[in-house]
Design a protein around this ligand. Structure first.
Ligand SMILES: Cc1ncc(COP(=O)(O)O)c(C=O)c1O
Length: 406
């Protein structure tokens, strides 16, 4: 069978191999600290679960929803967006929301609707694993702006400007960020807004899937709050996967100008149809304003685990590996400044990325599963998740520190 050139370009998830190994080790009775999680290990709010239960009594919950999603839910998503971000969409023209099968589906829908062969899409590294693969799949070309722990993973606006060309179709901003667990500050957003005002042919995809999950003030702010006109070429991605601890329910949202959602509606109508009716109907009844209350203890948990890690790194004079995480539920370890790096350089070479070898050793020798930085486009780093139970997380941190000092 001959496969399409589009699908042949996509690389397989690097995490799969390590995850399979971690699962096998656990099945063999070995102690494994799995820090690869991309989801909260908590049950969603009982009110929400109850609504799903009660909506399951209705026939409609099992039938097709409107392609774009239930109008009541779309209105709710738009109202919630305007209220939480303090913006007025109608002052900038006509907008709509589209309900998709998760945030990932929302993003590929947008890319398939906007990107033509050869179009350039700017992403900041370390980036969320799927952006480059999706861009390639759509025939676009990824253009990287790199950031590092030295500037707390804040991409330079000067570097960004250098990468903008006539072919730039889209810039992707992901704040709060996966994999770094930080959000860009308001000053950066202001500068980014001013820069985007200079390039009216560039659209912006603002991936705000972790919006509510900040555990250090100030809360995330956005460029369009400084220049509301930018909303006319901004596509916001939201969803319930992260903030309602519901990754498996597959609901994501797009908030965008109506001219775009009309096209997205066409695409979705011919490909996947409307998203999960049962969950959409439950969300129509659900009060979104309750989400921050649900997240309060979870944020406390993330903050405490982040502190455990930060304290351990600085107590062991590894503070060059440390920065202050503020949001989402990840931390991005930079091995390049740690003593252990010398050993890997001696074995595998001075230059290049050894993140896969590092993560393999962490798993095989210490039972610590982390996602190698190669998946996020940043050499000699790895992503760990802050969601684990506290005592377990402490043990994992102790093992990590020993390894870094080795
Ligand atoms: C930055 C980012 N965007 C989008 C998504 C996709 O979310 P969903 O699970 O709703 O498809 C994720 C999930 O990990 C993510 O980390």
């Amino acid at each position: 069978m001959e496969f399409s050139h589009r699908v042949k370009q996509i690389s397989e998830s690097i995490t799969l191999k390590l995850n399979a190994k971690a699962t096998q080790m656990a099945a063999d009775g070995k102690k494994v600290y799995n820090l690869t999680a991309g989801q909260l290990p908590f049950r969603p709010m009982s009110e929400f679960v109850e609504l799903i239960r009660s909506e399951s009594d209705f026939l409609k919950s099992f039938q097709y929803s409107p392609v774009a999603g239930y109008p009541e839910l779309r209105k709710k998503v738009m109202d919630n967006f305007q209220e939480s971000r303090k913006v007025n969409l109608s002052s900038q023209g006509e907008f709509d929301a589209l309900v998709c099968n998760g945030g990932k589906h929302a993003i590929i829908n947008v890319m398939q609707t906007l990107i033509d062969e050869g179009d350039e899409v700017v992403i900041f590294s370390p980036y969320w694993v799927s952006y480059p693969e999706m861009i390639k799949f759509c025939g676009g070309k990824e253009v990287l702006v790199e950031s590092s722990p030295f500037n707390v993973f804040v991409p330079s606006l000067e570097e960004l400007e250098k990468k903008i060309t006539d072919k730039t179709k889209l810039v992707i901003v992901n704040s709060p960020n996966n994999p770094t667990g930080t959000h860009y500050n308001d000053e950066w957003m202001k500068g980014f807004a001013a820069l985007m005002m200079k390039y009216p042919h560039v659209n912006i995809l603002s991936d705000e899937i972790y919006y509510e999950l900040y555990y250090y003030d100030p809360k995330p702010t956005y460029f369009y709050q400084h220049e509301p006109e930018l909303l006319k070429r901004t596509i916001v991605i939201e969803g319930i996967s992260k903030t309602l601890a519901s990754t498996g329910l597959r609901i994501g949202f797009i908030i965008a100008p109506k001219v775009l959602t009309t096209e997205l509606n066409k695409l979705q109508g011919q490909t996947t149809s409307g998203a999960n009716s049962l969950v959409q109907r439950a969300l129509c009844q659900f009060e979104f304003s309750k989400i921050p209350m649900f997240l309060e203890p979870i944020k406390k948990h993330l903050r405490e685990n982040a502190e455990t890690l930060g304290d351990a790194l600085s107590n062991n004079k590894l503070s060059h590996v440390w920065y202050q995480p503020t949001s989402a539920f990840y931390y991005f370890i930079d091995f390049s400044g740690a003593p252990v790096m010398e050993r890997f350089k001696a074995e595998f070479g001075e230059e290049g990325d050894h993140s896969v070898q590092i993560c393999e050793e962490l798993l095989e020798k210490h039972g610590l599963a982390m996602v190698p930085g190669v998946a996020f486009g940043t050499a000699n780093t790895a992503r760990l998740s802050l969601v684990s139970e506290k005592a377990e997380f402490k043990e994992a941190v102790n093992l990590l520190i020993k390894f870094l000092l080795d």
